[in-house]
Design a protein around this ligand. Sequence first.
Ligand code: HEC
Length: 166
Amino acid sequence: MIKRILITLAILGVPLLAGLIVTYEIINVEFNSFMEDQVSIKNQEGPIIPFPKDSIPFNGVPYVKEGRAAENPYPGDPESIARGEALFAIHCAVCHGDQGQGGGVVGGYFDPPPPVLDKQLLSNRSDAFLFQVLTEGFGRMPRMVENLSVQQRWDVVNYLRTLAQQ
Ligand code: HEC
């Protein structure tokens, strides 16, 4: 009987003991658990392999530095304005109202409410500024960079220009 107990303890105890020895580094086994030590992320070392062509989507000015005017690369043609209007209905109207006149469902929760996007406000804003507002957000307004591509943001700017004329 005692023999059996000893055998059982040995069977259970040996792996446990081995585990403890390694865990408490009594015998130090090189075991890499830090991501930064892995070769895989040191990708800027050695020869830098150029990105395959067109692997990074880029179709215009991605970021406008403050004070530096970016040219609107998309002419405000009817197609661009129509795209902008559709995008406005999806992404902006909930806060700014259908034509930017206020009264958006979500906008009602803001105090003070989102500004009315009319001639008075927009005629003082450059295209680059509006693009920046959409890219970076503005005060309490969330940024739209995840929702709208570069071209889509300029389309919305072109649509806003038509509101500025009303
Ligand atoms: C979640 C609500 C919300 C959404 C969605 C939203 N806005 Fe706004 N917007 C605001 C608020 C709030 C402000 C005022 C921010 C402040 O002054 O703190 C604002 C401000 C602005 C301004 C004024 C900047 C200035 O010069 O005073 C513009 C232009 C604008 N939004 C355009 C847009 C456009 C275009 C969209 C859609 C792509 C949009 N907003 C989507 C809430 C929103």
